[in-house]
Design a protein around this ligand. Structure first.
Ligand SMILES: [Zn+2]
Length: 57
């Protein structure tokens, strides 16, 4: 799974590239996030390890 993941179910004008892996992700608008789902999960896991002071890039 090295290629782009299909865009999530959201309006096309809210789709952007993930800040980490450049995959298509729901970046803007309601529930938008700069990270795609896998990266967001990874970032949250990492943040949980480091504690609250850690910042996600
Ligand atoms: Zn990503």
């Amino acid at each position: 799974m090295t290629t782009a993941v299909p865009a999530p179910q959201c309006p096309l004008d809210q789709v952007g590239l993930c800040a980490r892996c450049q995959a298509k992700a729901h970046r803007y608008g309601h529930n938008g996030n700069p990270l795609c789902s896998p990266c967001l999960a990874a970032a949250r896991a990492q943040q949980a390890k480091k504690g609250r002071r850690a910042r996600v890039q």
